[in-house]
Ligand binder design. Structure first.
Ligand code: NDP
Ligand code: MG
Length: 383
């Protein structure tokens, strides 16, 4: 049977890779929904090529332009509500959640409520609202399959044993572009330096998060929720080659890893076709060519973002929402030239310290914590 896929964030790095996987899988899948933030031209081009039933654009000011470009070919929706409606109306089996940031949460939440299969790239959804999403997914039997390469690796390795037999997981990290850079030089890095990731080609926000290692901090929280782990069971290990995507250690001492060339099309395809495995479209791994792999302990002094990740994972409640929103805002400010690179993590730390923690928040309280953190970052700049 043909799988009907809706892609939230289809114009981004993960979105475009997903469409390549869809092309590769040929008639096994059909695109029934496409959604983006504001890039009308690319979204319209994709809609012409894939002919979905529904298309949504988050930026409502671009709605008329998109409607005209599509000329009644499909239902055109807009605004945050339009993304939610796309999930409801496109008759999809699988939602690929690939919007960047907390903006991806409402539509992903709706997909989980409706019991869809969710191929999840948008890690911020779990960082902000893991406490709500995971129990909801269990109730609605929504299948949540991670796309994030580390979490895809852990998901796959977990199949080698039972949950109660897992001792710990190792999240691998490339270390980003500043792994070997002196701290002072890193703190004053330019946008161009910070966007120069050594192993992965990704959208700008996650690339900058990799440079501060806030990406790994968010992934610690993501892993805690996704796999129901204690923060002490999650260890970060620097692996500059990005060949081992993560590992699971079982109680008998066996460690099971997933390896592959660093290409997001592999975890995307795995998430879409799960539980089946089909021939992939990426270059096969050549271990002899790689020759050797390296591993180091992370430097918590230099990359203090990692501490914030553990703190948010330990505290739960509103801490993840605050950390994620503060970070998004600080990253936007850095991109706009408003703060130095070194200030991103410093601001996140301050905002996390100042927030009024709610241990068991409702979704409304999580949205409020997110909004508070965004305002607080802007206040930090004026004080
Ligand atoms: P990109 O910046 O490349 O793409 C982001 C997508 O989200 C675009 O389609 C963009 O639309 C859309 N978007 C942006 N803002 C909004 C909004 N307010 N409402 C609706 N849509 C919006 O990001 P990536 O593809 O790199 O990352 C997407 C997610 O996947 C992130 O959560 C990231 O952490 C995660 N991820 C990414 C990996 C990667 O390799 N890229 C690896 C692992 C996880 P438009 O183009 O119109 O602006
Ligand atoms: Mg990752």
């Amino acid at each position: 049977m043909q799988q009907r896929i809706a892609i939230l964030g289809s114009t981004g790095s993960i979105g475009q890779s997903t469409l390549e996987v869809v092309d590769h899988l040929n008639s096994r899948c059909r695109v029934v929904g496409l959604a983006a933030g504001s890039r009308v031209g690319e979204l319209a081009r994709q809609a012409h090529q894939y002919n979905p039933a529904c298309v949504a654009i988050a930026d409502s000011s671009r709605f008329t332009e998109l409607s005209e470009a599509l000329g009644g070919q499909c239902t055109v929706l807009n605004g945050e509500r339009g993304l939610v409606q796309l999930v409801e109306q496109s008759d999809c089996d699988c939602v690929v959640a690939a919007i960047v940031g907390a903006a991806g949460l409402p539509a992903t939440l709706r997909a989980v409520e409706l019991g869809k299969t969710v191929a999840l790239a948008n890690k911020e959804t779990l960082v902000v609202a893991g406490s709500i999403i995971m129990p909801l997914a269990r109730r609605t039997e929504a299948n949540l399959i991670p796309i994030d390469s580390e979490h895809s690796a852990i998901y796959q390795a977990m199949h080698a044993g039972r949950k109660c037999e897992v001792r710990k997981v190792y999240l691998t990290a490339s270390g980003g572009p500043f792994r070997t850079t002196a701290v002072e030089e890193m703190e004053n890095a330019t946008l161009q330096d910070a966007l120069n990731h050594p192993t992965w080609s990704m959208g700008p926000k996650i690339t900058l998060d990799s440079a501060t290692m806030m990406n790994k901090a968010l992934e610690i929280v993501e892993a805690k929720w996704l796999f129901d782990l204690q923060p002490e069971q999650i260890e970060v290990v620097i692996h500059p080659e990005s060949i081992i995507h993560s590992l699971v250690e079982f109680c008998d001492g066996s460690v099971v890893a997933q390896l592959g060339t660093p290409d997001m099309r592999t975890p995307i395809q795995y998430a879409i076709t799960y539980p089946e495995r089909l021939p992939g479209c990426c270059k096969p791994l050549d271990l002899v060519h790689i020759g050797r792999m390296n591993f180091h302990a992370p430097d918590f002094e230099k990359f203090s973002a990692l501490r914030l990740g553990y703190e948010a994972a330990r505290r739960g409640g509103t801490a993840g929402a605050v950390l994620s929103a503060a970070n998004e805002t600080a990253v936007e400010l850095f991109r706009a030239g408003g703060i130095r690179f070194g200030e991103i993590v410093e601001i996140n730390k301050q905002v996390l310290e100042q927030h009024e923690f709610v241990p068991e928040p409702t979704i409304a309280q999580l949205f409020a914590a997110d909004q508070w953190a965004r305002n607080e970052v802007k206040q930090c700049l004026t004080c």
